[in-house]
Design a protein around this ligand. Structure first.
Ligand code: PLP
Length: 484
């Protein structure tokens, strides 16, 4: 059951969708002058707030929390059921094949690293991918094989053309196509079904990074023809440390376990080990039962709310946001596919002419209580492409960062929508952005040399301390290190 549904102001909807409540939807945060304001969260692509129904599941589980699989006590059996029920919920949420396994991991990064570890390519085979990928869907494959990276294509048709041509290249046989389901920088939804068909026609496997797709679009692995899929709970309103890799038992049951240890075996002697089949084989050690249950609950609630209805609502909000941004002086949108019919998840990234991205984001937070993200969004090659940064300039940036110089690294500002946002949030953002861009920030900011972030010179915000944790001074936090 979906607890505490709320109706929010929608952009042109006939009837409001009953949305699950988010914990923190009524959060008030301080401005730099100390005044409290309702917080507008426009950083959903990074992490989402927890859904109340997910928290309800966690709270209901905690009294019976215990180790899973082997405990004879009732709490252990309750926890085991919750853990396995969550696996079923994820399996159903992504429309997996009966023969697919759901492996619980920490997040998409771990899921893709695990996939790269489990997949074996034939000698000489390469991985085919594109330069739009998040680092999580770029770096793990370099450990598996040579990766051929296609330039960002100017349209879905151009992408399909480029991929087909690369798949036909006899000199570089492709064993795996690794693509994102939706870009975390520009939001484009990738033509995964057509890409999978092409890859399979040429005997290649398909791995999809669904970190951004899963919270925003219905996924059906069978329909899409995807072999491996990776997702994160913290981007799906279940920030309790679990994610999932979904993939074929034919590969996962035979894979060398990444972690060796208890729970992954059927029997151990002093000189031998019999590994269990997946999923156990790939989940050595005590699992994150609470995180898995939260992720399963989120998947079930999202599915029950209706992914297609959520997507339709988000498209309306996104169009409204884009309409408001269009024509705003000094704003340059970063998009790859700008056709009217290009499908995009609720992500909108831009630069402000003559103003550093860190300053825009800092002023929106300190002066307007609006949370956005700035930087390169863990997609350095893609941001370099979008901003026209040459390879040699990119190498210079790398060298500067190596020396710890964070000043004026090129980047952008990203606004990203989630199910907690409505038209009023976008209006607040547009008003705040107009004020920052047209009149300039009202406050003075200094640059933090360690991160390149901008900090109000007279910052009266005090962060709430949490029970049972030591309070850290700002100097102990190490803001933003390495998080471009
Ligand atoms: N892939 C995409 C497209 C992402 O947006 C992200 C996170 O921002 C990741 C992968 C990595 O996700 P995680 O940090 O949960 O491992």
């Amino acid at each position: 059951m979906i607890a505490g549904p709320t109706a929010r102001r929608d952009a042109g909807a006939d009837s409001p969708l009953r949305l699950p409540r988010l914990v923190g939807s009524d959060l008030r945060v301080p401005l730099a002058n100390g005044e409290l304001r309702p917080y507008v969260n426009l950083d959903n692509a990074a992490s989402t707030q927890a859904m109340q129904p997910v928290v309800d599941t966690v709270i209901a589980l905690l009294p019976s929390y215990s180790s899973v699989h082997r405990g004879a006590g009732v709490p252990s059996q309750v926890s085991t059921r919750a853990y396995e029920a969550a696996r079923h919920a994820i399996h159903s949420f992504v429309g997996a094949r009966a023969t697919d396994h759901v492996i619980f991991v920490r997040n998409t990064t771990e899921a893709l690293n695990l996939a790269a570890h489990c997949i074996t390519l034939r000698p000489g085979q390469i991985v085919l991918s594109t330069a739009v990928e998040h680092h999580a869907n770029m770096l793990p494959w370099r450990r598996l094989a040579k990766v051929r990276v296609l330039d960002p294509a100017p349209s879905p048709e151009a992408l399909l053309f480029d991929v087909k041509r690369a798949l036909e290249d006899p000199l570089q046989p492709v064993g795996l196509l690794a693509v994102t389901g939706a870009s975390n920088v520009t939001g484009e939804v990738y033509p995964v079904e057509q890409l999978s068909r092409l890859a399979h026609e040429h005997g290649a496997l398909v791995a999809v990074d669904a970190a951004q797709l899963a919270p925003h679009r219905r996924i059906d692995m069978v329909e899409l023809g995807v072999d491996f899929l990776a997702l994160s709970g913290h981007k799906m309103y279940a920030p309790f440390g679990a994610g999932a890799l979904i993939g074929p038992s034919a590969v996962l049951d035979r894979a060398e376990p990444l972690l060796a240890g208890g729970g992954a075996v059927t029997y151990v002697t002093l000189d031998d080990v019999e590994w269990a089949p997946a999923p156990d084989r790939l989940e050595a050690g005590s699992p994150n039962v609470v995180g898995a249950a939260a992720l399963g609950a989120a998947a079930q609630v999202l599915q029950a709310t209706g992914m297609d209805a959520l997507a339709a609502r988000e498209r309306r909000l996104h169009r409204y946001l884009e309409g408001q941004l269009r024509g705003m002086p000094r704003i340059q949108r970063l998009v790859l596919w700008d056709g009217e019919d290009a499908d995009r998840v609720g992500v909108c990234t831009f630069t402000v002419l003559g103003m550093h991205h860190a300053l825009v984001a800092a002023a929106l937070s300190a002066e307007h209580a609006i949370g956005v993200r700035h930087g390169c969004f863990c997609a350095h090659p893609y941001i370099a492409h979008l901003l026209g940064v040459s390879i040699s300039d990119a190498h210079t940036i790398r060298d500067r960062l190596r020396r710890g110089e964070h000043r004026d690294i090129p980047g952008a500002v990203r606004v990203s929508l989630g199910l907690g946002n409505d038209v009023a949030d976008i209006d607040r953002f547009i008003t705040g952005l107009r004020s920052v861009v047209e009149a300039g920030p009202r406050l003075q900011y200094r640059e933090d040399p360690a991160s390149g972030d901008r900090i109000p010179v007279d910052d009266q915000r005090s962060m709430p301390s949490l029970p049972n944790l030591p309070s850290l001074t700002d100097s102990g936090i190490g803001a933003g290190c390495g998080q471009f």
